[in-house]
Structures are given as C-alpha cells and as structure tokens.
Design a protein around this ligand. Structure first.
Ligand code: FAD
Ligand code: NAP
Length: 256
C-alpha cells in the first residue's frame, strides 16, 4: 500500500500557542471514531527518504462528544522524526490518524467522592483537558485540581480555558507553576518544578484539599523525570500505582 493511501484524516485547523507548541484539530475520514476522555491515538506522516510512515502516540484534548474533529496539543521536538514534519503541515493537509483510541489513563472506576489531583508537565495537560471538556469529573462534592508545570508562562497552553473553569466552579482549582520565572517577565504565580510542590504543605491550600491517599487519586502525565520523582514522593505518602487486577490511586502516562 502506498503511503498516500494510508492517509485517512485531514488537518482542519491549527492554533499556534507559541512557535513550538500547537493545537491540531484533525478530522478522521471515519465519522464513527470514538474514544474515552484520557485516551490517545496515533498521528503519522510520510518520511520521504525511507518511504515509510512515521507514527507517534498523542493524547486527545477534545471532549468525547465533539464530532467535528479530534484535537491534539503537540510540542515540537526539533530533532524528532515526526514533529518537525507535523509542524510544517497547514490546514487542509492529509495525514494518518490511528483508527482506534487506546490507553487506560482514564477516570475509569475512580469513585465519584474522591478528590482528584491532576499533575502535568508541558503537553501532559492534554488528557485532563479532554476529561474536563467531557464532564467526566464534575461530580457534586468532588474537588479537582489541575497542577500544570511549564518552563515559561507562555508555555501554559489552555491557560484561559482553565482559569475560566476555576473562576466558575467552586470545586475546581487551576494551579499553574513556572520553572524558569526569571525569564517569564511579570509572572507572579507559583515557581519551581512540580515534584517539590508535591512535598510542600502549601499545595493543600491551593487545592482546597489535603493530598491524602485515603480520599485522593493522583494522575501524573508528561515528562518521565517528573513522573519518576513524583511517584517516589507520593509512594512515600502512601499512594499506590494500580496493577492489572488491583486498581491503585496513582495513575501515570509517560510521554517518552
Ligand atoms: C501515550 C502517549 C501520549 C503522548 N501524547 C503526547 C501529546 O499529547 N503531546 C505531545 O507533544 N507528545 C505526546 N507524546 C509524545 C509523542 O508520542 C512523541 O514522542 C513526540 O511528539 C516526539 O516525536 P518525534 O518523532 O518528533 O520525536 P522522536 O524522534 O520520537 O524523539 C523522541 C524524543 O523526543 C523527546 N520527547 C518526546 N515527546 C516529547 C514531548 N511531548 N515533550 C518534550 N520532549 C519530548 C524525548 O527526548 C524523546 O526521547 C505522547 C507519547 C505517548 C507514549
Ligand atoms: N519550551 C521551549 O521553549 C523549548 C525550547 C528549546 C527546546 N525545547 C525542547 O522541547 C522539549 C519539550 O520542552 P517542554 O518545555 O515542553 O517540556 P519539558 O522539557 O518536559 O518541561 C516541562 C516542565 O517540566 C519540567 N521538568 C523537566 N524535567 C523534569 C524532571 N526531571 N523532573 C521534574 N520536572 C521536570 C521543566 O522544568 P525546567 O524548566 O526546569 O526544565 C518544565 O517545568 C524538550 O526536549 C526541550 O528540550 C523546548
């Protein structure tokens, strides 16, 4: 099969957050593509040299009831095999998109009375945006915090949407954290890397709940270094990662 015939979707729109961070809205030819909020699928483009399709996994940011397109939030890795090609596509470009969504980084069986702490670095915010847009976590009495870490304030994608949700919902908190504040002029919010915040008692004030394994589930997504350090801290607090037949209260999605 030639590659062009493997293209089964169209880039409908791009929203550039900054030159290295872009939201892609992709319409699959198959009108019946479905997913659960938190899942990912693959995107792919032809490598002209090898003639092969280069495919990578991307978490979906759109809400699961949106039918017009499937949305992704993607970071440019300058020497990467796929993202430089992806960033050179314009609206209307044909692309490969996986036929099925995959993954278990979903709300699944988490009880509706559990507090949720959703921790992300960079584009790791993607699955939480889908969960929020899909309304899978706005249960009465449940408190939800999104803790988003980025190097610079201008890397905080979806900030307006999350700030608006925070201002409209008593049970929801958006806590952005910038790790290179000296270069992020005018930044007056929290500073540092996320694992240090997980050890800081002040985090509970920002969340409106204690980070307690008795009544909280923590989700971690993005940079594997953050996930490793955060897992160590949270395991020491009594959180447990789930296993195949034994669900835990610590959920992880490593992007690389
Ligand atoms: C389940 C899953 C979901 C993912 N969802 C997203 C997503 O929503 N958005 C997204 O941008 N990426 C996501 N990724 C990462 C994505 O699959 C690719 O690895 C990434 O786009 C780089 O592809 P590439 O071919 O350009 O680089 P490659 O040639 O594959 O180079 C990979 C190297 O790039 C670096 N890298 C990979 N991903 C990232 C990243 N996101 N940020 C910074 N550095 C990175 C790492 O050093 C890695 O070793 C996800 C990965 C997985 C496994
Ligand atoms: N963002 C840019 O403008 C830019 C520019 C050039 C190259 N890049 C490259 O693009 C890729 C993605 O960059 P990104 O900024 O989106 O994602 P990232 O490198 O994963 O950084 C996102 C956030 O995670 C933090 N972080 C990084 N490693 C960590 C660790 N081991 N433990 C805890 N926190 C950690 C970063 O802190 P720190 O800020 O302290 O690292 C930052 O706050 C990287 O490969 C990067 O080298 C990005």
């Amino acid at each position: 099969m030639n590659t062009a015939s493997q293209y089964n979707a169209t880039v409908m729109a791009r929203i550039d957050i900054q030159p290295r961070l872009t939201i892609f809205q992709v319409k699959p030819d198959d009108p019946d593509f479905t997913f659960t909020a938190g899942q990912y699928t693959t995107l792919g483009l032809l490598d002209e040299e090898s003639g092969k399709l280069v495919k990578r996994a991307y978490s979906i940011t759109s809400g699961s009831v949106t039918r017009e397109y499937v949305e992704f939030y993607i970071n440019l890795v300058s020497d990467g095999a796929l993202t430089p090609r992806l960033f050179s596509t314009a609206s209307g470009a044909r692309i490969f998109m996986g036929a099925r969504a995959k993954g278990v980084f979903t709300i699944g069986e988490v009880a509706k009375d559990q507090n949720l702490l959703m921790v992300a670095t960079g584009t790791g915010i993607a699955p939480y945006i889908s969960m929020l847009r899909s309304h899978v976590i706005d249960n009465p009495g449940q408190r939800v915090t999104v803790l988003h870490g980025a190097s610079y304030s201008w890397d905080l994608g979806f900030r307006n949407e999350l700030e608006e949700l925070d201002s409209r919902n008593d049970g929801f908190s958006y806590v952005p954290v910038v790790s290179r504040p000296k270069e992020s002029y005018h930044w007056k919010g929290m500073e540092g890397r996320l694992p240090a915040w997980l050890e800081n008692p002040d985090l509970a004030k920002e969340c409106g709940f204690e980070i307690d394994p008795e009544n909280t589930h923590v989700f971690l997504c993005g940079n594997p270094g953050m996930i490793k350090d955060a897992t160590e801290i949270l395991t020491n607090k009594g959180f447990k990662a789930g296993k195949r037949k034994e669900p835990g209260n610590l959920h992880m999605e490593k992007f690389w």
